[in-house]
Design a protein around this ligand. Structure first.
Ligand code: ATP
Ligand SMILES: Cc1cn([C@H]2C[C@H](O)[C@@H](COP(=O)(O)O)O2)c(=O)[nH]c1=O
Length: 275
């Protein structure tokens, strides 16, 4: 953990609340975390395709923006511009938590209850890293807010794609499009967020898989698939003939014939992120 963490290390290392690891069914909840442009969507799409190739039901989703309500919250949070003016850090934290509450209640829990695999970009850890370490809100309070919002649901596995913010910014530039409100934050903010994520992963090594996101696509996917294989062997999540998309983010059809663990994997097509 770096010295530049901008919040209380104690709070960042606080263990989840009692019962926070509760899973409502035999579904599997997998989240991807990391800085903006680290490669979360790329790897989430590859993992979804890997599951689909095995005949699993996948719900491919994200926060913010995994529900119709969330799409509006996302638009305001990331692209509100002059319409909303400066956003108070507590208001920001509450909006992310509201998006999360709706998403978990209407998309994630129902999917897990029927035995599906939820593959999601970002979850509570993003609030802890961005609103906690980044905005310097009390991390334990931010955690408590989200745990209340989702009634204690935590993922089985969280993949942290760790990338130097300078390289992440280069990737975003190469990807094209305008920077959103969070992406446009100063480099010091993005460094604090990165350190916040690493501190969270340090505190919960069983839940986290931390990978160097500078590695090639295929190597990252192989490492993720290897870790996930251990989970699926244990849980025996329900088989299903087709993929499901909860929110228009969409499950990718870019299956690889070998289950996606070869080293020549390239980036899957990305959904347009207009909001
Ligand atoms: N391992 C990799 N090596 C090189 N480039 C990569 C790698 N992974 C992703 N990229 C590229 O980096 C860019 C950002 O990737 P991606 O959109 O998956 O990141 P993200 O973490 O989901 O971003 P955001 O947080 O903004 O949603 C894309 O152009 C993608 O093709
Ligand atoms: C869930 C969540 C997200 N954020 C930030 C992180 C990103 O800058 C944006 C989401 O954009 P992405 O293209 O989907 O990565 O929102 C946050 O600050 N707090 C959160 O809880």
């Amino acid at each position: 953990m770096s010295d530049t963490v901008a919040t209380s290390p104690t709070a960042l290392h606080a263990a989840p609340a009692q019962g926070a690891a509760e899973q409502p069914s035999n579904g599997i909840f997998i989240t991807f975390e990391g800085g903006d442009g680290a490669g979360k969507t790329t790897q989430a799409e590859l993992l979804s395709a890997w599951f689909i190739a095995q005949g699993r039901e996948v719900v491919r989703t994200r926060e913010p923006g995994g529900t119709p309500l969330g799409v509006e919250v996302r638009r305001l949070l990331l692209h509100g511009g002059e319409e909303i003016g400066a956003v108070d850090p507590r208001a920001e934290a509450l909006l992310y938590a509201a998006d999360r509450a709706q998403h978990v209640a209407t998309v994630v829990r129902p999917a897990l209850a029927r035995g599906a695999i939820v593959v999601q970009d970002r979850y509570i850890d993003s609030s802890l890293a961005y609103q906690g370490a980044g905005r310097v809100l009390d991390v334990a309070e931010v955690r408590g807010l989200s745990e209340w919002a989702v009634e204690g649901l935590w993922p089985t596995l969280t993949v942290l794609l760790d990338l130097d913010p300078t390289l992440a910014a280069e990737r975003r530039t190469a990807r094209g499009g305008n920077a959103d409100r969070l992406e446009a934050e100063a480099e010091t903010f993005h460094r604090a967020v990165r350190d916040g994520f690493l501190a969270l992963a340090d505190a919960e090594p069983e839940r986290y898989l931390v990978l160097d996101a500078a590695l090639p696509f295929g190597e990252l996917h192989a490492a993720i698939a290897a870790r996930v294989s251990l989970l699926t062997n244990l849980t025996g999540a329900k088989q299903h003939g087709a993929s499901a998309s909860a929110d228009g983010v969409g499950a990718s059809a870019s299956d690889s014939a070998d289950g996606g663990t070869s080293s020549d994997i390239t980036a899957p097509a990305q959904p347009a992120d207009e909001s």
